[in-house]
Design a protein around this ligand. Sequence first.
Ligand SMILES: [Zn+2]
Ligand SMILES: [Zn+2]
Ligand SMILES: [Zn+2]
Length: 368
Amino acid sequence: MGAPKAPPLPESVNARYGLKNSGVDRTSRRGYNYVSTAAKDMWERLFDESYRADVSIITSDCSSIPAHASILGMASPVFKSMLKKSRKRGRRHTISVRGVPHQAVRVFIRFLYSSCYEQEEMNENVLPLLVLSHVFMVPSLKRECEQQLENQLLNDDNVVDVFQISLLCDAPRLSIFCHRLILKNFTTISATEGWRVMKKSHPMLEKELVESAIEADSRKRERLRKMEERKIYHQLYEAMEALVHICRDGCRTIGPHDKVLKGNEAPCDFSACKGLELLVRHFAGCKLRVPGGCVHCKRMWQLLELHSRLCSEPNECKVPLCRNFKEKIQQQTKKDEMKWKILVKKILRAKNIAGAPFFSSALAIGAS
Ligand SMILES: [Zn+2]
Ligand SMILES: [Zn+2]
Ligand SMILES: [Zn+2]
């Protein structure tokens, strides 16, 4: 008989053992199969003390970092094939990793040993680390760099560089992130040093970015214009509703169109009535009161005509001139008819009026 199974560790113990700032941290906690700090410390010591190291990595400043062929080869298929071809100098292989700062190579190699890094080192070296992890095919570190950039390290100053590197390093998600940020803060970003350098070294890329920024800008304008338009049609629809309400029910703010407002009652809570109030009062009192006579009356005429276009029951309708307009419609030109039909359609669409109280059957007109 075996010993009884140990109970699973509580979450807090795992958290205590979780490795700070490490990509392994997340995966290691899964299923309580964590890497203890002792194991992590041992791998770090192996790197720091380079016990029986058999590789020298030569960096840009010609200094070298000692490492172990077995670990490099296991962590990266690229190192594996480099080691196969590398010549031995004395008892050690020599491998050259240039083009990125010495410190970045150090952080990179350390990660190959312990899957750990200090946040400060990541902040300083995230771009060379992204390049190294791509070139040496270390997907766990590459993912970590991409996440670090997406979540916190990407900003207006480095986004142009990150964007170019993300394209070179085949990091499509990150490049979309960058592209979005560039479009969002285009004015600021296109004035950065990074942008200036890109413009010189990759003029086509700069051109494409400018074009997509212009495109995004016009899309935004178009969206705003449509929103504004919809708002106006929506207001028109509400005015139409209010007109019917005023003429049919009588309104406590304005009163029935042909009666005098009663005294001290509370005003109507139909919000569109407020908007129509002045116009209706003016129309009732204006001496000119003919289409084209005065701007306010002209507006009122237009609203009345619009109502008639929307109204489905001209025979019972209490709105003035509703039927007269219906008759006039018969004599209008094709051009006028189209104009009105389009307007009616837009108003109805703006309100999205399935089941709207006043103009339900007018939908048929709008949709035709
Ligand atoms: Zn009212
Ligand atoms: Zn007038
Ligand atoms: Zn009517």
